[in-house]
Design a protein around this ligand. Structure first.
Ligand code: PRT
Ligand code: MG
Length: 221
């Protein structure tokens, strides 16, 4: 039995068509079941539903043989040097967004940076934010939040945020603007290194089929 780790929401929704192209159908819809383990039309493959930020952990420790995780999640969780135990063979080109710095409309971020001001920045991505500002030589106090980062500048708790942006609608709705792009993000297929060797006969064709499905979907990747 092979186990694929996915998270509910956009990762599951965007992975489903790729699985479909590879001939795989998931038996149940995560929105309408409380089950955490979903069967597929293949007897040798099941899907487990975990939090987006837990996907690398499940794959690294063998709770799943492979999984789909955003580059943001992978880089943030690798930053402590815990990187290995994972292969990342395919950029699936799905769940695309970017990691950016955003600040209230009308606040002159470049001027604040030029003046060497010490900025308070709220984010879920402490490691990625720390690396970004250190590389630019910007002094920051980082404040860790778990969600609704947009609220931090609106309440005066922070000068700026580091968060994911896709359409920009959330920032606009909250009077914030993107002032710096840090990194382009897409979801990656990740594979447990040991499983990749010991279960190659079943895993390798699946990885190849998902690579083809991703390439067919977005030839540019
Ligand atoms: O929601 P939960 O706390 O359970 O976990 P999660 O937020 O980590 O999971 P989920 O499903 O929201 O995101 C999973 C992955 O999707 C992320 O790790 C990214 O790689 C990818 N992704 C792609 C996004 C977005 N686009 C995105 N727009 N993840 C989050 N967002 C959020 C963003 O944080 C902001 O709140 O959507 C809002 C901005 O969207 P726009 O369209 O208004 O700009
Ligand atoms: Mg979310």
């Amino acid at each position: 039995m092979l186990t694929l780790a996915l998270s509910k929401g956009r990762i599951f929704d965007d992975t489903l068509p790729l699985l479909g192209r590879a001939g795989i159908e998931v038996a149940e819809d995560p929105q309408s079941t409380r089950k955490l383990i979903l069967a597929t039309n293949r007897e040798d493959l099941r899907v487990v539903l975990v939090r987006a930020s837990d996907v690398p952990t499940y794959v690294r420790y063998g709770g799943a043989d492979f999984g789909v995780a955003g580059l943001d999640v992978l880089l943030e969780s690798d930053a402590g040097g815990s990187g290995d135990g994972l292969y990342r063979p395919v950029d699936l080109g799905i769940a695309r967004c970017r990691l950016s710095v955003a600040a209230p409309q009308g606040w002159d971020y470049p001027a604040a940076v030029r003046q060497g001001a010490r900025l308070r920045v709220a984010t879920k991505y402490l490691n990625l934010a720390r690396e970004h500002f250190a590389a630019k030589g910007v002094h920051v106090d980082l404040v860790k939040l778990y969600g609704s980062m947009e609220l931090a500048p609106l309440t005066g708790m922070a000068d700026a945020i580091v968060d994911l942006v896709s359409t920009g609608g959330t920032l606009r709705a909250n009077g914030l603007v993107e002032v710096e792009r840090i990194l382009d993000i897409s979801a990656r297929l990740i594979v447990n290194q040991a499983a990749f060797k010991t279960r190659a006969a079943s895993l390798a064709p699946l990885v190849a089929a998902l690579r083809e499905a991703a390439a067919a979907r977005s030839p540019a990747c």
